[in-house]
Design a protein around this ligand. Structure first.
Ligand code: GEK
Length: 266
């Protein structure tokens, strides 16, 4: 039976079909696509596949609210069903910002438009486009949660340079990615990630068929590669603020941090 699952995302309930995309044996496994089948089960799929996803998305909203500037744009690049957008909206206070949520999957954007109140386009705009092709302007915050990994490595620097150039002084980039490691740690984390998926009800067949589908589509890099590229793009400081197994979230600052941001609060 294909029971729907309910995912709570920062107080917003996202109902989703149960992910069974790779449950049956496939004779030919095509490269992973964000099509209507995936869109219908995406909330369930990402929650059961990405350890720490809920925490990363919730904190992205908190961080975005902290650095959002009045009369600026906030971008959610690769927004899927808008979980990061919803988190940002939840924590954003008085700032007069427009959230621009972009995804190249038409079915994802259609679902967002169905779920969100999009009557006030000054507040949130959902755009179906390739993030490599859009203009980034007056950005105080850019969220790139688990999306850079789907851009070919040779095009990642150019995208980050465009984001950097479109940011206001004081702007930040929140970047979440699946990471690669040296051989031993890679083996350990791959094994633990597998255990996480099994604990969430995925069969060996589902895990192995999805891994094959993602093989040349999701291309992880090491934390050091991300750090170096962000610096090459111009970012003044890069910090990792969250990691759960092979998934991590970073914050990159356009300008150097003012010295008084450190304190001893617990
Ligand atoms: C979340 N951030 O829930 N241009 C636009 N969108 C793209 C591109 C591209 N070139 N390539 C991939 N995408 C979300 C989760 S999912 C991550 C992001 C995952 C989109 C793609 O259509 C999909 O919706 C999203 O990036 C990646 O916080 O599935 O692992």
């Amino acid at each position: 039976m294909n029971l729907p699952s309910i995912t709570e995302m920062n107080g917003r309930i996202m109902s989703s079909g149960r992910d069974r995309v790779y449950a049956e044996l496939k004779s030919d496994i095509e490269g992973f696509l964000f099509d209507s089948k995936v869109t219908a089960v995406f909330a369930d799929m990402i929650r059961r596949s990405v350890p720490g996803y809920g925490a990363a998305v919730a904190m992205s909203g908190v961080i975005a609210a902290r650095y959002a500037q009045d009369d600026s744009n906030i971008y959610d690049l690769g927004c899927s069903l808008g979980a990061t957008t919803a988190s940002i909206q939840q924590y954003l206070q008085a700032q007069r910002c427009t959230i621009v949520a972009v995804d190249s999957s038409q079915t994802m954007i259609d679902s967002c438009c169905g779920e969100f109140d999009c009557r006030d386009a000054d507040v949130v705009q959902f755009v179906c486009d390739d993030i490599r092709d859009i203009d980034i302007t007056r950005a105080s915050v850019v969220a790139l949660n688990f999306t850079l990994q789907f851009i070919s490595p040779g095009e990642r620097l150019e995208l980050l340079q465009k984001i950097y150039a479109g940011m206001l002084p004081g702007g930040i980039l929140v970047l979440s990615e699946k990471l690669a490691f040296d051989q031993q740690q890679q083996q350990l984390f791959t094994d633990l990630h597998h255990a996480f998926k099994q604990a969430n009800g995925y069969s060996e067949l589902e895990i192995s068929q999805k891994r094959t589908a993602l093989e040349n589509v999701l291309l992880p890099e090491t934390m050091e590669q991300h750090r170096q590229r962000l610096q090459q793009a111009g970012f003044a400081a890069v910090y990792c603020w969250f990691q759960c197994l092979n998934f991590a979230s970073m914050i990159a600052f356009k300008s150097a941090l003012p010295p008084d941001t450190a304190d001893n609060e617990s």
